[in-house]
Design a binder for this molecule. Structure first.
Ligand code: SAM
Length: 228
């Protein structure tokens, strides 16, 4: 025993690290557990197959799962202002068919081309990806309580030969919406990403994606306090 007094529990070396080499189903519970206390109302607004929730006991959070496939658009949620403790957002994040670094992430065109699923955006390609993130972020800001948490999954991409650091663009846009960017986690893909043959490689082929953590800024001092 060190005799050191610890105000909020036992000291531990078992810390959540900023980079993961495991899948979303293993990384997400650690990230959620670090930022959101058990019993919280969590709206996963792009629930998909629910991979994020596979290893989380159902009684741990009050999960509200929705997806555009069930007719609920993440840009127009059926919640009142400030009702939600945490929003989870993981929309399709690539415009390149078959070019995603994550096999489970559906190519952008499946969801956007011809607006088949109602994803009407004013723009195309990378701009359309960003536009959905920004519009969904604005809606998340509305439904979140003050100091509520927004967890966003995203990936950078090269679009029309231009490097687009999507995670930076999202951070800049969300700061303007009234969020504080608090943390960033890197998810490294274990197997080789699909590669199309290239005569000359220009940019690194991406084999990582991100979880970004934001909280809704309020009038108090801008310092994050972990959930008690
Ligand atoms: C990458 S997948 C999400 C995977 C999910 N996180 C999981 O754990 O299985 C993207 C999801 O976003 C949904 N989606 C696309 N546009 C949407 C929108 N405007 N509103 C809500 N969901 C949307 C798709 O139907 C798809 O299920």
């Amino acid at each position: 025993m060190s005799g050191r007094s610890v105000r909020n529990g036992e000291p531990t070396n078992d810390l959540v690290l900023s980079a993961f080499t495991v899948g979303n189903d293993r990384a997400f519970p650690s990230i959620l557990g670090l930022y959101v206390k058990p019993g919280s109302i969590v709206a996963d607004v792009t629930y998909g197959k629910g991979v994020f929730w596979r290893r989380i006991p159902p009684e741990q959070y009050e999960l509200r799962a929705s997806d555009i496939r069930d007719g609920i658009d993440c840009r127009d949620l059926p919640y009142t202002d400030g009702e939600i403790d945490c929003v989870v957002l993981d929309p399709p994040y690539m415009h390149t068919p078959g070019g995603t670094a994550h096999g489970s992430a559906s190519p952008f065109e499946d969801y956007y081309r011809n607006n088949k699923t109602g994803n009407r955006t004013r723009s195309k390609y990378h701009e359309a990806v960003l536009e959905l993130y920004v519009d969904a972020g604005r809606e998340a800001h509305r439904v979140l309580r003050d100091r509520g948490v927004l967890i966003v999954k995203c990936q950078d991409e090269v679009c029309s030969n231009r490097q687009r650091f999507t995670h930076v663009e999202i951070m800049q846009a969300y700061e303007r919406l009234g969020f504080v960017a608090e943390d960033l986690f890197v998810i490294v893909r274990n197997n080789r990403p699909g590669v199309s043959r290239a005569v000359r490689q220009v940019h690194a082929r991406k084999n990582h994606s991100y979880f970004l953590v934001f909280w809704k800024r309020d009038d108090r001092r801008g310092v994050w306090k972990p959930p008690q």
